[in-house]
Ligand binder design. Structure first.
Ligand SMILES: NC(=O)c1ccc[n+]([C@@H]2O[C@H](COP(=O)([O-])OP(=O)(O)OC[C@H]3O[C@@H](n4cnc5c(N)ncnc54)[C@H](O)[C@@H]3O)[C@@H](O)[C@H]2O)c1
Length: 349
């Protein structure tokens, strides 16, 4: 496992320095159309490298897009030691990392992250993959980039919903590992969530992610703490997709954390004051989501279909307290329904 992550406010200079240190013959850039338009013109050192551009959107995180990358690699006559340069958010780093790891049984790849969510979560950690059969990340491999460049200067053009999505994952990182990070993020909520206010906290989030992944690279135990908020969060995300009103991943995770905090209080005695603080923060920062008890069967269905669960119970990562997570807590449907009721009470929905 390689761990070569650099945070920079000058992506062009850092990338140029990195590329000078390696052989770039046969290199190919993978990006999406938004990043091509908004970010690539600001990374001049990549100008002369051929590129393949994927249509933005989670529905394009597919084997067909991976095939597009493999065809482009053939066109540039990539060799076993060629470099794939993924420039984009988590979609591109997951997809490009996967395509690189399968091509000729694995070529090197570099991630240049351009979203807050990818900065703090997706661009490092070695999970790569595509969606398949209606399930997220169903096909994929653990595979590590040669290096990850976190280009915080790229965040200036990020839509606010994507900033909030990254903010949701930053909060998760705080809850599982660092009470003072949670406090800093709460202060940002009061002042207003902006890239400017979050920039200085990115480094702490990447440090925490790195230490968790180093201890358990392939998620046999400890790494499951990174799934805090994701069990209910994925279910909310899937429900909204089904309704045709999707919201970015990290926003759904922020709502999923409300449900997980409630279960943590019921099961493990997490202080109730933390639940109120999170509810206040959600109301102050996040776009509202609405669901009723009529949605519970669908939400439970999504939770049971998650790779980690079976028919009888759903596994949650919960907290005894902030920075004291407990993984693999089996929760039955009745407890989940209760926690969804209480989630609605806290949020007034
Ligand atoms: N591998 C992991 O550990 C891991 C962890 C979390 C999430 N993920 C994956 O990451 C993906 C979500 O990542 P994401 O939130 O970065 O989404 P994304 O890559 O789809 O980017 C979100 C949107 O922002 C646009 N964009 C990217 N950079 C921009 C910029 N600088 N300015 C303006 N627009 C920009 C994109 O074109 C896209 O429309 C999901 O597929 C998820 O499964 C992976």
């Amino acid at each position: 496992m390689k761990n070569n992550t650099v945070i920079t406010d000058n992506t062009d200079r850092t990338t140029a320095e990195y590329l000078r240190s390696i052989d770039t013959e046969g290199a190919l850039i993978v990006t999406d159309a938004n990043v091509e338009r908004l970010c690539l013109p600001r990374i001049a050192c990549l100008r002369d490298i051929p590129r393949v551009t994927i249509t933005p959107g989670e529905e394009h995180k597919t084997l067909a897009s991976a095939e597009q990358i493999w065809e482009a690699l053939e066109r540039v006559q990539a060799r076993r030691n060629s470099l794939l340069i993924n420039v984009g958010g988590g979609l591109i780093t997951d997809l490009g990392g996967f395509a690189a790891s399968c091509y000729k049984r694995g070529i090197r790849f570099l991630n240049i992250s351009t979203t807050l969510l990818a900065d703090v979560d997706a661009s490092s950690g070695g999970k790569t993959g595509v969606n398949f059969g209606g399930l997220k990340n169903q096909i994929g491999v653990f595979s590590w980039p040669e290096a990850t460049i976190i280009g915080t200067d790229m965040l200036d053009t990020l839509p606010q919903a994507e900033v909030l999505s990254g903010y949701g994952e930053m909060l998760k990182t705080g809850y599982i590992a660092d009470a003072s990070l949670v406090e800093s993020l709460e202060a940002v909520a009061v002042a207003g969530v902006t890239v400017e206010r979050l920039r200085s906290l990115i480094g702490r989030c990447t440090e925490i992610k790195r230490s968790v992944v180093e201890a358990d690279p392939k998620e046999s135990g400890l790494r499951k703490i990174l799934n805090f908020g994701h069990t209910a969060g994925h279910a909310f995300e899937s429900l909204l997709i089904k309704r045709g009103t999707p919201l970015p991943h990290g926003i759904c995770v922020a709502y999923g954390m409300m449900t997980a905090l409630i279960l943590s209080h019921i099961r493990l005695g997490l202080p109730s004051e933390i639940l109120s603080r999170h509810a206040r923060l959600l109301r102050a920062t996040m776009p509202a989501i609405a669901f009723t008890c009529d949605d519970y069967p669908a939400l439970l269905g999504f939770m049971h279909s998650d790779k980690k669960n079976d028919d009888t119970s759903v596994r949650f990562t919960l907290l005894r307290n902030i920075a004291d997570p407990v993984t693999a807590q089996s929760i039955d449907d009745e407890e989940i329904r209760t926690s969804l009721d209480i989630t609605r009470d806290y949020l007034g929905i």
